[in-house]
Design a protein around this ligand. Structure first.
Ligand SMILES: *Cc1c(COP(=O)(O)O)cnc(C)c1O
Length: 454
């Protein structure tokens, strides 16, 4: 693409395209970055820059870019049967095969899938169906969901309400009723003098306090991301989730894992709940299920919940035109086949993730980094004003964006949330590419530190 074409596209974009999660006025002035091609862990932009994508698009391109097999699977299904619905006593072959495949992969007895187009819709689905689950068992007042402040569960009315992002709640009058939040587990800022493991228990017991405050007969479910992604990769201590599980069982509160990021290998296990050793009753998935090649999400229910929904729930008054879309299902099946045949999750767990963790810890020695946290293929560098203290910059968020731009100038895509640099590369990243990631990140940190000193 010529520079002229690029400028023209940027002008059209500014004139006609409202971007999600952007200050659109500022973006129009700056000009959108237009991506044109992807291969493996790299993407190219319209100016011809080759970038190492250490964020896998948006936490999703797990098998990397440019895998032709997924295009072939989509084309074949489009030619055979481009669409049919799953309403009206019908469905299609790939949809059934995917539901069965997910039941095989999902931990424990999460054997039942309800398909959506996105993670947000999957979370909307669980809000409705879990409330319905309790209502048809004569407990209509057991309808409250507890989430976490700063959690992220998508942007629909239910998704944004279950999430705990204040800025999102301010737009559109959220949260909707009967959704409550507890503080997230973030030892770095909140842990005080406790060890991470001690703190994990303290943070989990906030759930018990909240359940007792509201009354267990009112609380339908607790929802959480195994690792909180969007807010800055908050990795809870290993004591946190088993204690959350114990509390949920004690009060008969359903445990919902939002696995939209953590699912499909991100932690070096198939699902984040396996990494932390707990068993959800319900889970939501999206992103990595198709490696982002086509939109697809699902809510998965265990035998108990599915039995009630089927045997007592009557007609489920819920669904999308594209629930279980055969083309999306065919692409998901092909994506999962590649992950299994090429042993991507095992390679991460035993080889590349431990190596990445080593290199990430070395970045933690940089004077700008207060904490280098990582779990599997998901990490963050918390940039701080003073390495000896666990606290944020006074003007929070003033440094992360600067560091992100320095990384881009080095040919590296990292995401900045506040002053944390977030990492979530394609699972296929090689040791050589991890070395490149290390070198470019170090240079970006140096450039950022130099700017702060100036
Ligand atoms: C991205 C995300 C969602 C929302 O998924 P969409 O497909 O963007 O609607 C929900 N939960 C988590 C944890 C996510 O990261």
């Amino acid at each position: 693409m010529t520079t002229l074409d690029t400028r023209h596209l940027q002008q059209l974009d500014a004139a006609h395209h409202l971007h999600p999660f952007n200050d659109n006025a500022a973006l129009a002035k700056r000009g959108t970055r237009i991506l044109t091609r992807g291969e493996g862990c790299y993407v190219w932009d319209a100016d011809g820059n080759q970038l190492l994508d250490a964020f896998a698009g948006l936490w999703c391109v797990n098998i990397g870019y440019g895998r032709k097999e997924l295009g072939v699977a989509a084309a074949r299904q489009m030619e055979t049967l481009a669409y049919y619905n799953s309403f009206f006593q019908c469905t299609t072959e790939p949809t059934i095969a995917l539901a069965a495949k997910l039941a095989e992969l999902a931990p424990g007895d999460l054997n039942h899938a309800f398909f959506t187009n996105s993670g947000s819709e999957a979370n909307d689905t669980i809000l409705r169906l879990v409330r319905h689950f309790w209502a048809v068992q004569d407990q209509p007042r057991k309808n409250i969901f507890i989430g976490r402040h700063d959690g992220y569960h998508g942007t629909t009315m239910a998704g944004a309400s279950l999430g705990g992002m204040k800025g999102m709640h301010q737009q559109g009058g959220l949260p909707i009723p009967d959704i409550h939040h507890i503080d997230p587990p973030f030892w770095f800022i909140d842990g005080g003098d406790l060890s991470p493991d001690e703190y994990g228990l303290v943070a989990a017991r906030r759930l018990e306090d909240k359940i007792l405050e509201l009354g267990p007969e009112r609380v339908a479910a607790f929802i959480g991301e195994p690792i909180m992604g969007a807010i800055g990769v908050y990795i809870p201590p290993m004591t946190y989730w088993p204690e959350i599980e114990r509390i949920c069982r004690k009060y008969d509160v359903l445990l919902v894992a939002d696995e939209v990021i953590c699912g499909f290998g991100r932690t070096g296990e198939w699902f984040g709940s396996q990494y932390f050793g707990f068993q959800p009753d319900v889970m939501t998935i999206a992103k990595g299920i198709t490696s982002g090649y086509i939109p697809l999400g699902a809510a998965m229910f265990n035998d108990r919940v599915a039995w009630v929904l089927k045997e007592q729930g009557g007609e489920l008054a819920h669904g999308c035109t594209y629930s279980g879309h055969p083309v999306c299902a065919a692409v998901a099946l092909e994506n999962i086949r590649i992950m299994q045949d090429e042993k991507l999750v095992e390679t991460c767990r035993h080889d590349t993730a431990p190596y990445l963790a080593e290199r990430w810890a070395q970045l933690g020695e940089h004077k700008l980094v207060g904490e280098a946290r990582i779990a599997g293929m998901m990490g963050a560098l918390e940039l701080v004003p003073d390495k000896r203290q666990r606290r944020f910059f006074r003007e929070r968020g003033s440094v992360g964006g600067v560091c992100r731009d320095h990384a881009l100038a080095q040919g590296l895509i990292l995401r900045a949330t506040w002053d944390a640099m977030l990492l979530s590369p394609p699972l296929i990243i090689s040791r050589e590419q991890i070395d490149m990631l290390f070198a470019r990140t170090w240079k970006a940190l140096d450039a950022t530190a130099a700017g702060l000193a100036a």
